[in-house]
Design a protein around this ligand. Sequence first.
Ligand code: SF4
Length: 400
Amino acid sequence: MGKGSKSFVILSTITKISPPMKIVLHSNDESVLRYIPQYGQYLAFLLILLPQFGHFNFLTKKLHGVIMNVIDKIKNFRILELLDKANEITLKKHGNIITLERAIFLSWWCERGDCAFCYMSTQKKRIKDPKKARRNIYSILAEAEICKRIGWNIEFLAGGYGAFTTEEIKEIAEKIYEITGKPVWLNIGITTDLDKYGEEVEGITGALETANLELHKKVCPSKPQEKILQMLEKADELGFKKGITIILGIGEKVEDLKYLFEIIENYKIDRITFYSLNPHKGTIFENTPQPASLYYAGTVAATRITFPKLKIICGTWIDNLANIGPLILAGANGLTKFPLFSMFGNRYGKRVEEEVKWCGRKLKGTFTDISRLTKGSCDNKIKPFVDRYIMRCLSKARRN
Ligand code: SF4
């Protein structure tokens, strides 16, 4: 605990709400600290109560100042200033490498199936037997093998609720760890089974989607925000890294960044993935435009300036490749959401590499080197699936 902090132990017999806990109150303001010995118990009691009603705002004065400043700049269209500052910070803290990230999906079905923007919400009624929407495990592992060969990171293992059991997900994660030599991140929904995972898992992602609590209740009615945050707290206790995902363009306001930044700060988030809305047919957003490129970039830059060390991954779809340059200048460390097998080795993959080059960055891995697809060996059960992926890449590469 640093200078300017006080701590208290509040007993459950006093609060009747929580188990005994240690609350650390941080303040750089001497006038606040003076009152803590007298009123700290009451303040701590309030801090326990407030989260029951939503976000609680407990930021240092300095961080609060930074946040209000970046929000103000976005609202006044001073995006170039934000990009300039964010780029400087990114190069200083992270260097000039940009990674390619691949979310590996485990299934195409989700038991919740009612998030307003989600493709899986359009599939739920159509899929009578969820078991059939599970991917073949060897096909999942083959995707990991391809990622290893071309130098892409596996961003996380993603799956709809209820498609795989914890034991099955653990086994897949272990096998991927064996293939790539790197522990995986999970994005498997709200779970209370985190203690079942071990060294095969590096981090846990909470698919927050939006930090605005009211909007969250509307667009994600079956995955309550507080449960996601509780899971991230548990992940922290167990020593996992913590990530969140945010979708821009679903009705949030610039001011909502304040909530987002409170969450990043209070839950010690290590990594954030931003997506822009992909208006899927059959959802309420099908006729909604995707967010403006400079709004997206400004939001990422504001995040980078506020949290210099945070890892930022940005998603952009094949129809929005021109977003990549501004997003990298805004502070993205990695790029995601590409349909890998339709873009690899052809002009779309080349375009991604060009975007990275013209930001003065170096790409880790390749989007064009076809020879790397065949370099490497794998288990005989996985090989037919690997070969099939290679054929898909080659046929698309020839056509484009
Ligand atoms: S919980 Fe996830 S997979 Fe399921 S509908 Fe919502 S966003 Fe889609």
